[in-house]
Write a protein that binds this ligand. Structure first.
Ligand code: OOG
Ligand code: NI
Length: 414
């Protein structure tokens, strides 16, 4: 390999995803089990359901992951955007989890590849949340000022790494000789830190919201979870339960047995306690544990059009979504395509456009299922102004509209 050869962003993204997976596997022992069970379920499913390949090649699905990270400020968000752009991952969509049934004080987007070609090369995506510090319903003026002060003093990313990422993004890749170091440095930015955590500060934030403590109670960020994709999530759920892993009560998203797989179904198990170090007020450092990180797995189906999404939201609002499902949704690709409820390449029902994004209710459920309590929220007016425009401004780049991307994917064959 010539040292001057350029490694394109998609190869950097594939290496980034694989290296994050290796790191997370070393950090969270249950994760490799989840990956192994997912791989076994996928191999068996593909052997008996060859038509499942229409939702993604075996190679793509085997390598497919999403991660989740949480940051504290607009500046940190901008740095994340620069870093992920070097891997060909761009912000798509706006999620306001403050409005979910169990509110979480964050707003979010997903960084991901945006074209069918890039997605098929490697679809790695990162659900990225920023703490809604300006929302008075969660944080009073005093606490807000102290959070801002704490966050202003930390640097999540080495400025050199961000400057390097900016060059890689602009060049569309990096020289082969530098690629390993670049990827390794990016991955290291998301490792769990062994630095002692200020116990009193962490606990004060945790009393308001466990997510606030995870974000602003520590001086670093870390992967919160890394999620493999599985083709039969009901089977995965049965196997994990049979293996003695306590899963959350339900699979989030569309109910089982609803015909054509649409959107996204997810489930997770609670993390075991992880060793962390704490510094007490008297300055002494002690070993302790936190249960913040967990395992999640997901199944992806066809992307819905705005009309299809309305049907989905109506079905899910029913007291028993599984029972109500067929009142709202036809069960086959052919009908979904004919009624323009879902995206198919060229309108051909054998060529579904896979859903590449997230669902706010499921995301809030995933947050919620892994927290010890709901966020404490008062009835104050929210004058924070968080919106898609705010997020785009903070990111200093356009927020892509998921529907426009699906529309485009459906209109131009890959
Ligand atoms: C993100 C939760 C959302 C998903 O898959 O819906 C998410 C988080 O816990 O930081 O990852
Ligand atoms: Ni997730």
């Amino acid at each position: 390999m010539s040292p001057s050869r350029n490694i394109p962003t998609w190869q950097l993204r594939a290496r980034f995803a694989a290296a994050l997976s290796a790191m997370y596997g070393a950090e969270v022992p249950a994760y490799p089990t989840l990956v192994a069970v997912s791989a076994a379920v996928n191999a068996e499913h593909l052997a008996t359901h060859p038509q499942a390949r229409r939702l993604g090649s075996a190679d793509r699905v085997t390598a497919e992951r999403h991660g989740a990270i949480r940051v504290g400020t607009a500046r940190e968000l901008r740095e994340v955007a620069t870093l992920f752009a070097a891997f060909g991952m761009h912000p798509v969509g706006f999620y306001d989890l403050r409005e979910a049934p169990s509110p979480v004080p964050v707003i979010s987007t997903a960084f991901r590849p945006t074209t069918p070609e890039e997605l098929s090369r490697n679809p790695f995506r990162m659900f990225t949340s920023v703490l809604a510090t300006d929302d008075r319903r969660f944080f009073d003026a005093g606490l807000r000022a102290r959070i801002q002060n704490f966050l202003a003093r930390r640097a999540l990313f080495d400025p050199e790494l961000i400057a390097w990422a900016r060059r890689v993004g602009a060049d569309g890749g990096c020289p082969a000789a530098a690629a390993d170091e670049f990827v390794a440095r990016a991955v290291a930015a998301f490792a769990l830190s062994r630095d002692p955590i200020d116990k009193a500060w962490y606990e004060e934030l945790a009393a308001v919201s466990a997510v606030a403590a995870d974000i602003a109670g520590v001086a670093t960020t870390h992967l919160n979870h890394l999620t493999p994709r599985v083709l039969d999530i009901d089977e995965l759920y049965r196997r994990m339960t049979a293996a003695g892993v306590a899963m959350i009560d339900a699979i989030q998203g569309p109910p089982a047995g609803s015909g054509t797989a649409v959107l996204l179904r997810q489930t997770s198990f609670r993390a075991l306690a992880e060793p962390r170090r704490f510094r007490r007020v008297d300055g002494t450092v002690h070993d302790g544990t936190l249960r913040v990180r967990f395992g999640e797995v997901e199944a992806r189906g066809v992307a819905l059009t705005p009309a299809g999404r309305q049907r989905y939201d109506a079905a899910m609002a029913a007291p028993d979504p599984a029972a109500a499902w067929h009142l709202h949704f036809p069960g086959t690709d052919r009908e979904l395509a004919a009624q323009q409820l879902a995206y198919y390449v060229g309108g051909d029902p054998t060529k579904p456009v896979v859903y590449e994004d997230f669902l706010p209710a499921s995301a809030a459920g995933i947050f919620r299922s892994n927290l010890d309590g709901d966020a404490r929220r008062t009835a104050a007016d929210d004058d924070s102004g968080y919106s898609p425009q705010w997020l785009a401004g903070a990111l200093d780049t356009d927020l892509r509209d998921p529907y426009a991307l699906y529309e485009k994917a459906a209109s131009c064959p890959p």
